[in-house]
Design a protein around this ligand. Structure first.
Ligand code: GLA
Ligand code: ZN
Length: 701
């Protein structure tokens, strides 16, 4: 069967050097230079675990440059050669994630400064000033040395630039001045324009010179929003600066830097343009509640975004093969979970499964963080066995490399929108939950096995049939027009309460919410009620069954009081003084339609509402059958072959009924069809069996 959208294709592998799935992890041989046997053992065990990559040098600056300008590359020369001989490619890091002590001592400006003007002490990591020209110059020098020395190394696969950049605060004079320069560019040197954008006549906050501006007043929302933007942009500028020598000396080696999912401080959509391949680090808090699978939904949503950044395969740069060390409770991953988690990444478009970390450090902050090789130092452990199973499975997936996941649905998650929502005073302060809300809207698609991208406000909408924009508070210029064109052309658009409130400067739209979307949606949101936990608000379907809605649903936290201005009510409030007012509406426009969901509703509402849309729009489900709770199916395809990943995150076996179709699991070669029990934490990679059945008689399970 051919996929139903034309967007499927096969991309080349991340590097032509390795046309296989990459299985690797952070490797810190410089911690073990005094233990030569350890390195021999590492190499032996990497082969056993079918690891074909190692990420080296991530925090090695002092090992590489123990004194200013004195370089010690011999250990890295040796390890790169040995890894290459042993069958591992190298994901080589630039070391800026942690700076040497001699540097902080000699040039305190490389350390960040607090809002109180105190220089942070040397130590920890990920905390350098991103403006400091001295730090930038040191980075240029070491990166140039690395690129010149290893650029032609046959095993060099990818550059891993720095590590987990963050947009944390540095209030040093250099950063404040850079912020002002950034502001002058944004506001075209026009202080009046800035004052207007920040609405500074409020509380007499008007700035009468650029020099007065400091990012220290959280009561000026526009200022704080621009400070967030600046920190993200300045980090990106730092990243580009780090890349310059790599681009110059090794133009053919792809560059990445590891993202952190929905991490608050960096707008990864902008970073995505600057990397050659997207990578991210995934650390879900599994087992903190009975329904593990809800975490899997969050993770899938993040994978979807990492795939959508470039609409091509990405890298899972880090995950823990077992525990973490930085959560309040660090529970062991239950047997099988690691396997399904690894294949989940692949299902959503990862062409790599990599770990933090290969070998547990003997001391230091992460000595209790999960690793492929534990302190016992051998391979006879549960975790090592589970990692080896992943390695063996990935080794069978060459044909999956480079395939994509064509999605007909997109959910909008936008960083600037989130910053503006979080910054605003008022509404329901502790319960905004923008990211969680986006995931709640995604869940029915996950459960139905319908592919879904996570995109931002600037993305092309025309490739989708359905676009959902929960809490679209900020509507940047041009977006409303693009949504309008999308709907007129036949697209279906869904948005919710708290949408169309403010422009890109966080200035509220005048003339009625949802601002520039009011006409398209055919509603006017006159007021927003915010609720206490336990407040009883319900909405009721107008016409039982229409739009998939039946009976009553509980509403919580946010309830918009809207007037239909042409839109048709599908549900109304069932109680409170706004009883009878519309709660869910649809407005037809051109060939498409636009829905407004006025309240934050319980999960059952999303399930009913979106299931109906999925059927009505004929959105492709990965498998034709119903899936039990906790199970999803995701497709990767090149337009010809389809790989259907069936992923089960339940603690107990569940029954699946695949109907008459017969599939073969690429990992085990077993055939599946009809009814069967899916064991706890299981992943299958299914292909319709007709294609392969001729080769071998069917062994139905
Ligand atoms: C992050 C870092 C790693 C390591 C892990 C631990 O992802 O990039 O260096 O600290 O967390 O979970
Ligand atoms: Zn600074």
């Amino acid at each position: 069967m051919k996929p139903s959208t034309p967007n499927a294709r096969r991309f080349p592998p991340i590097s032509p050097k390795c046309p296989h799935m990459i299985h690797g992890g952070d490797y810190n041989p410089d911690q073990w230079l005094a233990y030569p046997d350890v390195i021999d053992e590492d190499l032996r065990m990497m082969r056993l675990a079918r690891m074909n990559a190692a990420s080296v040098g991530i925090f090695s600056w002092t090992s590489l440059e123990p004194e200013d300008g004195v370089f010690t590359f011999d250990w890295l020369d040796r390890i790169m050669d040995r890894l290459a001989e042993n069958g591992q490619f190298i994901v080589l890091a630039t070391p800026s994630g942690s700076k040497p002590a001699w540097m902080s001592e000699k040039h305190p400006e490389v350390c960040r400064m607090t809002a109180e003007g105190i220089r942070e002490p040397h130590g920890r990591r990920h905390n350098h000033c991103r403006t400091s020209p001295i730090y930038r110059a040191y980075c240029t020098r070491i990166n140039t040395e690395l690129a010149r020395r290893y650029g032609k190394h046959p095993a060099l696969l990818v550059w891993h630039v720095s590590n987990e950049y963050n947009g944390g605060d540095c209030h040093c004079p250099l950063c404040h001045e850079a912020f002002r320069v950034w502001l002058r560019a944004r506001y075209h040197d026009d202080l009046d324009a800035l004052n207007h954008a920040w609405w500074t006549r409020f509380w007499s906050h008007t700035f009468t010179s650029w020099e007065q501006i400091r990012p220290l007043d959280s009561s000026i929302h526009g200022l704080m929003l621009d400070w967030q933007r600046f920190k993200s942009d300045q980090t990106l500028d730092f990243f580009r600066h780090e890349c310059a020598p790599l681009r110059e000396w090794t133009p053919d080696i792809p560059i990445t830097t590891n993202f952190m999912g929905f991490h608050l401080t960096l707008d990864y959509w902008k970073f995505a343009d600057a990397v050659d391949v997207v990578s991210w680090d995934s650390y879900p808090p599994y087992h903190d509640r009975p329904d593990d699978w809800l975490h899997a939904v969050d993770v899938s949503f993040a994978h979807n975004m990492n795939r959508a950044f470039k609409q091509k395969p990405f890298m899972l740069m880090e995950c823990s093969p077992s525990v973490q060390n930085w959560k309040p409770v660090n529970k062991l991953k239950r047997p099988g979970l690691h396997f399904v988690e690894a294949l989940q990444a692949v299902a959503h478009g990862a062409d790599t499964v990599q770990y933090f970390q290969w070998r547990k450090s003997r001391g230091g902050f992460e000595k209790f963080h999960g690793a492929v090789v534990d302190h016992c130092g051998h391979e006879h452990t549960r975790v090592f066995r589970e990692v080896s199973e992943v390695g063996a499975a990935l080794a069978r997936m060459d044909d999956v490399v480079g395939t994509t996941t064509p999605a007909e649905t997109a959910i909008l998650y936008d960083w600037e929108n989130r910053w503006a929502i979080d910054e605003a005073s008022g509404l329901s302060r502790d319960n905004r939950r923008y990211q969680e809300t986006c995931t709640a809207h995604y869940r029915p698609f996950w459960s139905a096995g319908v592919a879904c991208d996570a995109i931002n406000e600037d993305c092309d909408l025309s490739r989708y049939k359905l676009v959902i924009a929960p809490m679209l508070y900020m509507v940047r210029p041009g977006l409303a027009e693009r949504i309008e064109a999308f709907v007129r052309g036949g697209g279906v658009f869904v948005t919710t309460y708290l949408s169309g409130i403010a422009d890109e400067s966080d200035l509220c739209f005048l003339n009625g919410f949802p601002g520039p979307l009011r006409e398209l949606l055919g509603v006017w949101a006159e007021e927003t009620d915010t609720l206490y936990e336990g407040d009883d608000v319900r909405i009721a379907a107008v016409d039982d069954g229409s739009a998939g809605l039946r009976g009553e649903y509980k509403a919580e936290t946010f309830c918009d009081l809207i007037h239909a201005e042409g839109a048709q009510a599908l549900a109304v409030y069932a109680n409170q003084f706004y009883r009878g007012r519309p709660a869910v509406t649809v407005n037809r426009r051109g060939k498409g339609r636009a829905y407004y969901i006025a309240s934050r509703n319980e999960a059952r509402f999303h399930a009913d509402f979106y299931r109906h849309l999925i059927d009505e729009l004929g959105l492709r489900r990965a498998l034709g059958c119903e899936l039990p709770d906790g199970v999803t199916a995701q497709i990767r395809t090149d337009g010809e072959r389809e790989f259907i990943f069936l992923l089960g995150f339940n603690r107990e076996p569940v029954e699946i009924d695949l109907g008459p179709a017969v599939y073969r699991d690429l990992v085990s070669d077993s055939e599946y069809g009809g009814r069967f029990q899916l064991p706890p934490y299981t992943a299958l990679v299914l292909e319709p069996a007709e294609k392969t059945a001729a080769a071998e008689p069917a062994r139905r399970r």
